[in-house]
Write a protein that binds this ligand. Structure first.
Ligand code: NA7
Length: 550
């Protein structure tokens, strides 16, 4: 039977597949391996890109690299994979991570069940058949018992609706949709909109090549030096020797990082001690700066101010022009409440003669023109414009798909006032749909592969549980979902995170409801909660042997 025919399920027949997985990034690849090779299920992955890799397939902009360190930003499910792969440096660049994921796809023979260049357009739950009818933009239709979203949290590019964009005669690119052949900036006047993690990685690399780089900044960010370096054979041997302990520390830490949490308040040490701690962490570089200083940075404004002021001091020390330094120094949000970037020579870049910083908070972008763009303070002539403007995070990619659950309700309607899930894994009214690192789970606040592996394994155990008991339908109960959403909000309200206009709350997308989307309780507590739910016969979920058609 061809897949085109396959969608029209005959009465009495089962669905075409056990599962459809949307996306072939970190989540989709592991999900396929686990479902197909461990559970023996019939699975197909649909991937919009022409290759596997998800985030690491699309984000090819200059300077793109991971902000987590290589030796823990990877899978842990296969000992053999871990043993045979060697990372070259502390923070891997995009091509290296993409090679890793391509290696995973080949090593586990995943490609034969991945259909590339295929975007899922819609999915409707068949209530009688207890399955999803999935259709692609190519017109293909197929049915599957389970629908697994592995679309990623940061994959729907946000291209602001600037007036006159079509009139611009130069070239423009969004960092998350970067051309595979690269972009040659030599001799060009380049504009970059956005100074989030991406813009902060890209600017130094673009500035080194372009004739001139103009950076349009709406909100300054607190950035910490990455201190990237290549691994020496000795360092790599040290990491290998420590790997078991690294894994233990990862599983014991709230953020899924191999750093031991500190148990001291920023207010309990002298100014000198505090300064020495920050100096050491600044020298070490990376995310440890957020987790490794004090335990109250993200919950106490006074404590946070000490960190913020330390970083502002570093900006003033680094950037020669005091006015530029001032403009680069955040004062509108506490440190860490927007996703903290890490960088290589970001602040130093503003000392270059060919770099200009423009404040588009004070004088916003009015429109694009044939020759460049115009802000309220003047026109900038540009040959190339780089949109480092981020993503419709956590919900954007899923909501682009027309997903219809019980009674024909759309996911877009269900989430009109912000996403609602039970554990970030399921949505009441949408049976047999699982969302890997969905909103309401720790996801983006955790080292992603750790969050992904936990979700994939939990979902697979759940499906296996259903299979062995002849169950065909699982759906989050509404009261469990309500309770979980309240809990997610309550935890967020105990922190400083709500004080920032971040993508965590959807503030970067005009019209998006302000809701804190990821779960802040940490992956240790979250994992415990998920395991407890499973051990209590999937408490909060309704499991059934089937709809009307058995
Ligand atoms: P981010 O962190 O959302 O940053 C986007 C940047 O673009 C940020 O500086 C925005 O300013 C700016 N922006 C967005 N829209 C506009 C408009 N209309 N005008 C001017 N400036 C604008 O995205 P990234 O790609 O840097 O990082 C996303 C995640 O990927 C990152 O956190 C990592 O997890 C990986 P704003 O701050 O909203 O004022």
């Amino acid at each position: 039977m061809s897949s085109q025919q396959a969608g029209s399920q005959q009465p009495g027949a089962g669905p075409d597949l056990d599962a459809v997985v949307i996306g072939a990034g970190f989540s989709g690849l592991y999900m396929l391996h686990r479902m197909r090779d461990v559970l023996g299920l019939k699975v197909r992955v649909y991937e919009a890109g022409d290759g596997v890799g998800g985030t690491w397939y699309w984000n090819r902009y200059p300077g793109a690299r991971c902000d987590c360190e290589s030796f823990y930003y990877c899978y842990s499910f296969s000992k053999e994979l871990a043993e045979e792969w060697q990372w070259t440096s502390r923070y891997p660049e995009q091509p290296e991570i993409l090679s890793y994921l391509e290696h995973v796809a080949d090593r586990f023979d995943l490609r034969r069940d991945i259909q590339l260049s295929t975007r899922v357009a819609g999915a409707t739950f068949d209530e009688a058949g207890d399955c999803w009818e999935v259709c692609t933009e190519n017109g293909e239709r197929i049915t599957a018992r389970f629908l697994i979203s592995a679309v990623g949290c940061l994959s729907a590019a946000n291209v602001p609706d600037f007036k006159g964009l079509d009139d611009f005669r130069g070239d423009w690119y969004h960092t998350g949709l970067w051309p595979h052949e690269g972009v040659d900036f030599s001799g060009k006047r380049v504009g970059q909109i956005g100074t989030g993690s991406t813009g902060i990685q890209a600017a130094p690399v673009i500035a080194a090549q372009a004739e001139h780089l103009t950076i349009f900044q709406r909100t300054p960010n607190f950035s910490i030096p990455a201190r990237n370096r290549r691994f020496t054979p000795e360092k790599w041997a040290e990491i290998k020797a420590d790997s078991r302990d690294i894994r233990r520390r990862i599983l014991e830490s709230a953020g899924g990082f191999p750093y031991v949490a500190v148990d001291r308040s920023a207010k309990d040490v002298s100014d000198e001690e505090r300064r020495a701690i920050y100096e050491q962490l600044w020298e070490d570089g990376g995310f440890k700066f957020l987790w490794g200083s004090f335990n109250d940075i993200l919950i106490d404004l006074e404590a946070n101010d000490t960190t913020a002021e330390f970083i502002r001091g570093k900006i003033r020390e680094t950037v020669k022009d005091p006015e530029v330094a001032d403009l680069l120094s955040p004062t509108d949000h506490p440190y860490g409440t927007k996703r903290p970037p890490i960088d290589t020579d970001y602040y130093e870049t503003y000392n270059r003669d060919n770099v200009t910083l423009v404040d588009v908070r004070k004088a916003p972008i009015v429109e694009f023109t044939p020759r460049g763009l115009r802000t309220e303070s003047g026109e900038y002539e540009l040959d190339i414009i780089v949109f480092a403007t981020g993503f419709d995070a956590m919900t954007g990619s899923l909501l682009k798909i027309d997903i219809r659950g019980l009674g024909g309700q759309t996911l877009a309607d269900k989430w009109a006032d912000g996403p609602r899930t039970y554990l970030g894994l399921q949505v009441a009214g949408f049976p047999n749909l699982f969302t890997i690192t969905g909103p309401g789970s720790p996801s983006v606040l955790v080292n992603m592969p750790v969050a992904i592996e936990q979700h994939v394994e939990w979902i697979c155990d759940c499906i296996d549980h259903m299979r062995t008991r002849g169950l065909r339908r699982i759906e989050a109960k509404l009261d469990a979902e309500d309770e979980w959403v309240d809990h997610v909000n309550q935890v967020a309200s105990m922190t400083l995170y709500m004080k920032a206009n971040s993508w965590y709350v959807g503030a970067n997308i005009p019209g998006k409801k302000r809701v804190f989307m990821p779960y802040l309780g940490g992956q240790v507590e979250y994992r415990k909660r998920c395991d407890e739910v499973a051990s209590k016969d999937y408490a909060g979920f309704e499991l059934r042997s089937g709809g009307s058609r058995q």
